[in-house]
Ligand binder design. Structure first.
Ligand SMILES: NC(=O)C1=CN([C@@H]2O[C@H](COP(=O)(O)OP(=O)(O)OC[C@H]3O[C@@H](n4cnc5c(N)ncnc54)[C@H](OP(=O)(O)O)[C@@H]3O)[C@@H](O)[C@H]2O)[C@H](O)CC1
Ligand SMILES: [K+]
Length: 223
């Protein structure tokens, strides 16, 4: 089923309906998102060390799921959290805890220098810093993290939306993550259609996250 581009509000309400009306859980949606993204990463960047930059919200939570599934594929993978892990909550905190209990390589780096150190041997950099919860210009360590990531010679893959890009308007912060590939959930986002976003998005792959067809029908593109 092809879904038309969705706004922040639309994709977040689909999330809410899947949970409230269909009884799905955020953890199931996050697992589907992360597993699907890991499979697309494996298809597009099949070798080398993957370093995943994680923020404090559910976009970051996706990163811990992606790490677990790439580890299962026997990839070398490292998570770099730009915030203290105990500042995470909900599904993101749950997946960070699973990753740590699984003894995955999880590092906390809250300065540009520390981030640079942990990115220095990356062949692939995955942006799980901010997704549809981002508002306004990049704050603090997030701007630093994107700046450092854009300077490293590696394949850059954005999860859901390149950090720094507004998901509705396509407006890009001066330090927006420059992706070769953007893996986005449920559907493309309205902001992706705007002038100048192509050079930041790279190729776009849409990953379904298990939301029932009936729920998606109102946004389906006529076949
Ligand atoms: N149905 C789906 O598509 C699913 C998507 N998933 C993923 O979840 C994210 C959305 O997660 P959310 O927690 O709502 O938001 P983010 O992770 O994008 O943002 C987290 C927090 O970051 C802070 N923030 C916001 N703007 C900025 C900024 N400009 N600079 C710095 N920090 C910022 C803010 O927290 P504060 O406390 O600082 O205000 C945000 O709350 C979605 O994109 C997908 O990746 C689910 O995994 C599954 C279903
Ligand atoms: K992102």
């Amino acid at each position: 089923m092809k879904i038309k581009s969705l706004s922040r509000q639309q994709v977040r309400s689909i999330d809410q309906q899947a949970i409230e009306d269909y009884g799905m859980t955020g953890l199931v949606l996050m697992e589907n998102a992360g597993r699907g993204a890991a499979e697309v990463i494996q298809q597009n960047a099949a070798t080398g060390r993957v370093v995943i930059l994680c923020g404090k919200g559910n976009n970051g939570g996706d990163g811990y799921v992606i790490a677990r599934h790439l580890d299962l594929m026997e990839r070398q993978v490292r998570v770099v959290s730009v915030v203290e892990i105990d500042s995470l909550s909900g599904d993101a905190a749950a997946n960070a805890a699973i990753a740590q209990k699984a003894e995955l390589d999880v590092q906390v780096a809250t300065t540009a220098e520390a981030i640079k150190t942990h990115l220095s041997d990356a062949d692939v950099i995955v942006d799980c810093l901010l997704g549809t919860g981002a508002t306004g210009p990049l704050r603090g360590i997030y701007a630093d993290a994107v700046k450092v990531a854009n300077q490293i010679k590696a394949t850059r893959i954005a999860i859901d939306v390149p950090t720094g890009m507004d998901v509705d308007s396509g407006e890009a912060d001066p330090h927006t993550f420059q992706a070769e590939l953007t893996i986005t959930f449920v559907a493309k986002k309205t902001g992706f259609e705007f002038e100048g976003t192509q050079s930041l998005l790279g190729d776009i792959e849409v990953v379904p996250i298990g939301v029932p067809r009936k729920l998606l029908r109102p946004w389906a593109l006529a076949d």
